[in-house]
Design a protein around this ligand. Structure first.
Ligand code: GLV
Ligand code: MN
Ligand code: MN
Length: 410
């Protein structure tokens, strides 16, 4: 069975246009008009093919042929970061859709279901993998009000506005019952430089990095930029500057693959002639070892607090999100390796520095992920790209893997 590569590419090119920032990458936040338009696109194909489509109380979508028993979950996400790329998430979703269409076109039964996990990027609430965290019970009813966007609108309010919210459905559907689910799979772009630099076609993911996100607020004394002498200032911006280099140094010195990123900072009130009163920033710390990640988190907390103390600036540190490093199923990795060998594909087994919903499901079912290369290792930026042949190759590999696994289960 061959997928229709051109049909997949046509979908991806069409969906690339659904963005809140035309000409400046793809910005498609969850629970927005752009998000709704992608769902409508998926609904149109589902209607055409007679697939069943359901949306749960937090906005996860399931698309399946009517006779599927949903033993194989294939999924990814449709939301993006701000000014992100055109493939992160949606590539896995449309490849899953292409897989379902190919089974259907060939009259072959499948027990697969396509899952679109809601709010994976954390662009709205700051915490990644929201939909899969609800499915697996990491988030519970209390988090519906706890998770708030920058305007202080809660997740629950967003769900009500979109018409997804249903209290009874929520109580019934979460956490998800994984009985009867044999496998969870995700096809994704690598988002790093390894495969492109080694000329590989397929990446088989071993472990997904754990991640811990902190939010730090430095509060000092706002004042006049000209009339306040340098001595005696309590400037949170200066503390922030020191923190930025201290955090980078901690990750570099760790020497064990830990990465730390300050991707978001807000200065208040924000005037060129005003000493700020507060600076708020996030720190995203990751590695493939929980011990190493937590060690770096401790050092960063300590350093950030000491810098504040030395400058008489108040400091509040909040945990925004954390997830453990998760190894995928050894059996899935073995079978994917055998399939790549059989098909003569250039592959390697590798870790993922990006987090993914399928990792959340790994404790509950045999989970695995497939990567395709990212040109120059760019992702979460408008330049994110992958060669067409590689996109098609990854989607074909996904179909071949699912077809072989279902044949074996018979
Ligand atoms: C999601 O893409 C993440 O790794 O932050
Ligand atoms: Mn992604
Ligand atoms: Mn992403």
């Amino acid at each position: 069975m061959r997928i229709n590569g051109q049909r997949l590419l046509d979908d991806l090119y069409a969906l690339r246009e659904i963005t809140a920032t035309p000409g400046q990458g793809v910005t498609r936040f969850s629970y927005t008009e752009e998000d709704r338009r992608v769902r409508e696109y998926l609904a149109r194909i589902s209607r055409e093919y007679g697939f069943c489509m359901e949306t749960d109380a937090v906005g996860n979508m399931r698309i399946s042929p009517p006779d599927s028993n949903a033993a194989t979950i294939v999924g990814s996400h449709i939301d993006t970061v701000r000014n992100g790329g055109w493939l992160d998430g949606i590539y896995g979703v449309m490849s899953g859709m292409e897989m379902l269409r190919t089974f259907s076109d060939n009259g072959v039964h499948t027990d697969a279901v396509l899952m679109i996990y809601a709010e994976e990027e954390g662009s709205v609430f700051g915490s990644t993998m929201t939909g899969s965290k609800f499915l697996t019970g990491k988030y519970t009813a209390g988090d519906l009000n706890e998770l708030k966007d920058e305007q202080e609108t809660s997740l629950l309010e967003h769900l009500k506005n979109c018409g997804y919210w249903d209290e009874d459905d929520f109580a019934k559907a979460f956490p998800m019952d994984f009985t009867g689910v044999d496998t969870a799979l995700e096809l994704h772009i690598e988002q790093g430089p390894v495969m492109d630099s080694e000329g590989l076609q397929i990446g088989i993911v071993d472990t997904v990095f754990g991640m811990h996100v902190l939010e730090v607020e430095y509060a000092g004394l706002g004042n006049h930029a000209g009339a306040s002498p340098m001595k005696g200032r309590r400037d949170p911006m200066s503390a922030f500057g020191e923190a930025v280099t201290a955090i980078e140094r901690i990750a570099l010195d760790a020497g064990n693959g830990v990465v730390a990123t300050i991707g978001k900072a807000a200065v208040s009130p924000g005037g060129s002639n005003v000493i700020p009163d507060t600076v708020k920033f996030t720190v995203d710390i990751r590695s493939n070892s929980n011990e190493n990640t937590e060690d770096a988190v401790c050092r960063i907390r300590e350093a950030v607090s000491e810098i504040a103390k030395a400058r008489s600036v108040a400091c509040v540190i909040r945990d925004v999100a954390d997830s453990s490093a998760i190894p995928f199923s050894r059996e899935v990795i073995r079978s994917m390796t055998a399939l790549a060998e059989e098909n003569g594909l250039a592959y390697r087994v590798m870790d993922s520095g990006a987090v993914h919903d399928t990792a959340m499901l790994a404790p509950y079912t045999a989970a695995g992920m497939i990567f395709v290369p990212s040109i120059d290792g760019r992702s979460h930026v408008p330049e994110e790209n992958t060669k067409e042949d590689d996109l098609i190759c990854g989607a074909q590999f996904l179909l071949d893997y699912v077809a072989a696994a279902e044949e074996q289960r018979k």
